[in-house]
Design a binder for this molecule. Structure first.
Ligand code: NDP
Length: 301
């Protein structure tokens, strides 16, 4: 019987994950189809109930359901519990297990960013949404001793800090208000800068002025493009990486969970590049463009 894996989100129409996962199943010879299910929040319980059936290997869950799905499933891994967000489901009989593969995806990207250097101990994180939660937990797990989270709406960053109070009890995790001068002064004490906001997704704008970027920074933008932030960082002599590595490795981790097989990374990477060449700019379920960031284009979701 042909197996099924679904991506449940709202919206999901143009999905980089779809191209990447279907190419992986085909390459490894697994008879499975990756389907896109656009489900509004009201329809989520029925969708989750359907995934319990035998013909499903599992699912991906994306915006806006990553947190909403938690009460609908039976078990969560440590990463899912710690972040309070689930992006991958596997089946154990009729029971559903929630995973967060954004965390290992981020940790692999961080390792590549750092390269042969010693793993730094201090980071500035911009943003406090779902991506930022995976990043923050990944940094805590990677042994960082000081993480400063800046967010436009400070209360959300404070909520994130509170959420990780236990995991971060041995180190300094702080929320700070989004002021250029404070960001600049924190960057001066920091080696790693992560952009986990959507600033730069739909418009050529950067979350920070170019002048605050220095040559010894390691900069990771979760967005899958060569954003203005990354270009400014490179001009300053910093090491810069976009979000594709994280996207690829969260997908590879999900593939391995569903199939029990190692993911064909090269095939997945090529499929991602192909989908991007066709104009798919976002993963899936990405929020609509933010007017305040000056976004003009309609968002590919
Ligand atoms: P959320 O919607 O949960 O969070 C969006 C974040 O961006 C919030 O911190 C929000 O701040 C901030 N933001 C948006 N617009 C502005 C603005 N104009 N000024 C200041 N802050 C702003 O999204 P996610 O966390 O899920 O995703 C964030 C980004 O990370 C997206 O671009 C997404 O594509 C990317 N991502 C990439 C992944 C990968 O695998 N590479 C994985 C996950 C995410 P506020 O709270 O104040 O509104």
């Amino acid at each position: 019987m042909s197996k099924r894996v679904v991506l449940i989100g709202h919206p999901v129409s143009h999905s980089l994950s779809g191209a990447m996962q279907q190419a992986a199943f085909d390459a490894v010879g697994i008879d499975a189809k990756y389907e896109l299910w656009d489900r509004a929040p009201m329809a989520l319980p029925d969708a989750i109930a359907e995934v319990r059936r035998e013909d499903f290997l599992g699912a991906n869950v994306t915006i806006p359901h990553k947190e909403r799905v938690v009460p609908l499933i039976d078990k969560m891994t440590e990463e899912a519990q710690a972040t309070g967000a689930v992006n991958t489901l596997t089946r154990e009989g009729r029971r559903l297990v929630g995973h967060n593969t954004d965390v290992p995806g981020f940790v692999i990207a961080l390792d590549k960013l750092v390269g042969r250097q010693k793993m730094p101990r201090a980071a500035v994180v911009l943003g406090a949404g779902g991506g930022s939660r995976a990043v923050t937990y990944g940094l805590i797990r990677a042994g960082f001793q000081r993480i400063i989270v800046f967010n436009r709406h400070l209360h959300r960053a404070e909520g994130l800090v509170k959420h990780f109070a236990r995991s971060a009890s041995h180190m300094e995790l702080k929320a700070m208000p989004w002021h250029e001068s404070i960001i600049e002064s924190e960057l001066a004490k920091t080696k790693v800068l992560i952009n986990a906001t959507s600033i730069g997704l739909n418009a050529d704008v950067s979350p920070v002025p170019a002048e605050v970027l220095t040559g010894d920074l390691l900069v990771l933008d979760l967005i899958y493009n060569r954003t203005r932030l990354l270009r400014d960082a490179e001009s300053a002599g910093a090491v810069a990486m976009d979000g594709e590595t994280m996207l690829l490795h969260q997908g590879a981790a999900a593939f391995a969970l569903w199939t029990g097989q190692a993911a064909p990374l090269e095939v997945m990477s090529e499929a991602l590049a192909g989908a991007r060449a066709e104009g798919v700019r976002s993963a899936e379920g990405e929020p609509a463009g933010d007017e305040t960031a000056g976004d003009a284009a309609a968002v590919v979701a």
